[in-house]
Design a protein around this ligand. Structure first.
Ligand code: CP
Ligand code: NVA
Length: 311
């Protein structure tokens, strides 16, 4: 595999290997301090980021490389240079490109032209790095994770799709409760269902939050208005999504040991109440911390053949 554009690009074996590598880097962040041999990794973000950008920069440094972060304003892309020319040129300087973009189609064009790995740092459709972290975090908390059920409650978005695909790859059942007006992308869910059919897990879509969380070991939510959503939808989304707010009453319908997850940033009082996200069942800061070893794992997995002649 050259790139990581969507979680569904991975096989169950790839996913398991990334979980193993993430565990390795979580235990010892300095496990491979010269892996990148002073190589550069370019980060091009067209949307804001706290966790993805900093955890990926930190991961590059931990692996012995140097990150170069390029805003849209700094590149000639904004003046009409093509994505293809940009990707080819950057490939001659750097070992990998990490890109946060609105458009999955643009990301695919980067990947098609780049001769180095391209990693999706979030698009409107997908957030694979987040989903790796999420399943890794759940694996830390539940030794018997495969066969358990997790629930996503809220807006059907990039995080929901990648979570569904990651759960399916891990043999974890997932139920997604979203309102009719804001469902997850049908193609992304179909891909998750196909993976689930192969791993023996299930992907269930419902409009009923109580049904989704019944029997769940984890309840996950995300913002109601994503960075790629039109800001003018905010009021309509707040109205449609109000019944999907994760509060302690909803958490009490899940299993007694259920944890709360959120990719962050969060809006307390919108998609989740403060008592849940700041309460004892919340593992959101453990999740956030796990972004760094997960980023190390992805960089290592995509670059090891080229840099070390390793499988
Ligand atoms: N969860 C996540 O991707 O956060 P950032 O937008 O801060 O990178
Ligand atoms: N769904 C959110 C995730 C942020 C990490 C967004 O795309 O804005």
């Amino acid at each position: 595999m050259k790139d990581l554009l969507t979680t569904a690009d991975l096989t169950p074996a790839d996913f398991a290997e990334l979980m193993r590598l993430t565990a390795c880097y979580a235990q010892d962040p300095d496990h491979d301090p010269i892996f990148l041999h002073h190589g550069l990794v370019a980060l091009h973000f067209t949307k804001p980021s706290t966790r993805t950008r900093v955890s990926t920069e930190a991961a590059v440094v931990r692996l012995g490389g140097t990150p170069i972060t390029l805003s849209a304003a700094e590149l000639q892309l904004g003046r009409g240079e093509t994505i293809e020319d940009t990707a080819r040129v950057l490939s001659s300087y750097v070992s990998a490109l990490v890109i946060r973009s609105s458009s999955d189609a643009e990301l695919a064009r980067f990947a098609g032209a780049a001769t180095v790995p391209v990693i999706n740092a979030l698009t409107d459709g997908h957030h694979p790095l987040q989903s790796l972290t999420d399943l890794f975090t759940l694996g830390q908390l539940f030794a018997d994770l495969p066969g358990r059920r997790i629930a996503y409650v809220g807006a059907g978005n990039n995080v929901a799709v990648s979570l569904a695909q990651a759960a399916a790859l891990s043999g974890v059942d997932i139920a997604l409760a979203t309102p009719d007006a804001y469902p997850p992308d049908a193609g992304g869910i179909r891909a998750a269902e196909q993976i689930a059919a192969a791993t023996g897990s299930t992907v269930t879509c419902t409009r009923d939050p109580a049904e989704a969380v019944r029997g769940a070991s984890a309840v996950y939510t995300d913002v109601w208005l994503s960075m790629g959503d039109p800001p003018h939808e905010a009021a309509d989304r707040r109205a449609a999504l109000a019944p999907y707010r994760v509060d302690s009453a909803l958490m009490d319908r899940a299993l007694p040991e259920a944890v709360f997850l959120h990719c962050l940033p969060a809006h307390r009082g919108e998609e989740v109440t403060a008592d849940v996200i700041d309460g004892p069942r919340s593992v959101v800061f453990r999740q956030a911390a796990n972004r760094e070893p997960a980023a190390q794992a992805v960089l290592y997995a995509l670059l090891r053949r080229k840099l070390q002649g390793r499988g």
